[in-house]
Write a protein that binds this ligand. Structure first.
Ligand code: ADP
Length: 366
């Protein structure tokens, strides 16, 4: 019987539970055993009660819930080879040879390093007498399959990450609520949303709410942004618009790489336009709540695909990342996608936006 383990790592996102449910049930339906690794890589390193065989009903009732039922965590030990050696021992002891990792680029890099070291780790366990040569031989190949849970929608190679759609809905609901007050009092609201290197949430929320102005990391405003913004806002008010909504990505920068802070924008509005201005930082409400139908469906189909990929993996096939492109569940090479994602972040940092946009639209999509 194939034994498939899975874990959630890095920041939580809505839809992770749907992926857990799909992985467990599809694995069981295909005649495999499914093992949940609790608390991300920490569970892999610690083993024991943190790696638990799941039955069909263990994942009942979680499809419509936010967060992750098996925890997620950041784990320092897994960054060290010694931690990964313990993880290797824990997996081999349970007869597990496949691992599905749902996380961001850091978690997926960790997974790839783990796979590349696998044979060396096995040898070390044999040499130190922890496992037999026979057991090592039966576990020569570790299958790794990646999935992306991220509210930022910041992974290259997939048009949508698990949880981004729900977060966008949360933000839009919040801006709609704020809009009533803004209209009634003719106030300006500056709303900070998550997205450190990626302005997708801010951009899409602005489109969905008809925001007046927007700040994202990928498009620093002109040096004259204060005047430009005030001109536009004045024009909107002349046209009869009573409210002002400005959306700011938490990672927004100006042309001199200085963060664009909400308080600074508020100052500009108060001083130059004399607008009654309030700042709202949405914070963690953006991560939680019930997942949208889209995220439940995406995570369910991707979880199912992840199990299929585990079962068809082989030593010479590169690890896949389960993606979503042109309305289909697809696979792209895991490490290529991660490396391109890191390259985009670097290009944005270096203000080479043309390069960043080129990298985000790769032709390696399946
Ligand atoms: P994300 O997956 O959301 O990008 P992190 O970068 O914090 O989040 O990574 C989550 C976890 O993945 C880390 O706490 C660590 O256990 C593991 N990890 C990240 N990068 C590496 C790496 N280079 N080598 C080994 N493990 C890593």
């Amino acid at each position: 019987k194939r034994k498939v383990a899975f874990l959630m790592s890095g920041g939580d996102s809505c839809g992770m539970n749907a992926s857990i449910r799909a992985i467990v049930r599809v694995a069981i339906a295909k005649g495999c055993d499914a093992y949940a690794v609790y608390e991300g890589y920490q569970g892999l390193v610690t083993g024991n009660e943190l790696i638990k065989k799941m039955e069909w009903n263990d994942v009942a009732g979680i499809l419509s819930t936010g967060g992750t039922a098996i925890g997620t965590a950041r784990c320092k030990e897994f960054r060290e080879r010694s931690g990964r050696l313990k993880a290797c021992y824990n997996l081999v002891s349970l007869g597990i040879d496949s691992l599905i990792v749902n996380g961001g680029d850091g978690s997926l890099t960790g997974a790839d390093i783990f796979r590349s070291e696998w044979n060396g780790l096995l040898q070390e366990l044999v040499d130190s007498g922890k496992i037999t040569a026979d057991l090592a031989k039966r576990h020569q190949h570790l299958s790794i399959v990646g999935m992306v849970g991220s509210i930022d929608n910041d992974m290259v190679g997939t048009e949508m990450t698990i949880g981004a759609n729900t977060s966008l809905h949360r933000i839009v609901e919040a801006i709609d609520s704020i809009s009533s007050t803004a209209s009634s009092h003719q106030r300006a609201f500056i709303i900070e949303v998550m997205g450190r290197h990626c302005g997708w949430l801010a951009l899409m929320a602005s489109l969905a709410t008809g925001a007046d102005w927007l700040f994202i990391p990928e498009a620093p405003p002109a040096e004259t942004w204060e005047e430009d913004m005030c001109d536009v806002l004045k024009k909107h008010r002349q046209l009869g618009k009573r409210k002002v909504i400005i959306v700011v990505s938490e990672g927004a920068l100006d042309r001199n790489n200085q963060p664009i802070k909400c308080e600074k924008i508020k100052d500009v509005l108060s001083k130059k336009l004399n607008y009654d201005t309030r700042v709202t930082t949405l914070g963690h409400v953006q991560r939680g709540g019930f997942p949208t139908a889209f995220d439940r469906i995406l995570a369910t189909l991707q979880g199912s695909k992840a199990v299929e990929e585990v079962l068809s993996s082989s030593e010479n096939k590169p690890s896949p990342l389960i993606a979503y492109n042109e309305n289909k569940i697809t696979c792209v090479p895991l490490m290529e996608a991660v490396q391109m994602t890191l390259a985009v972040a670097k290009a944005v940092e270096a203000k080479d936006f043309k390069r960043a946009f080129e990298l985000r639209d790769p032709d390696f999509r399946a």
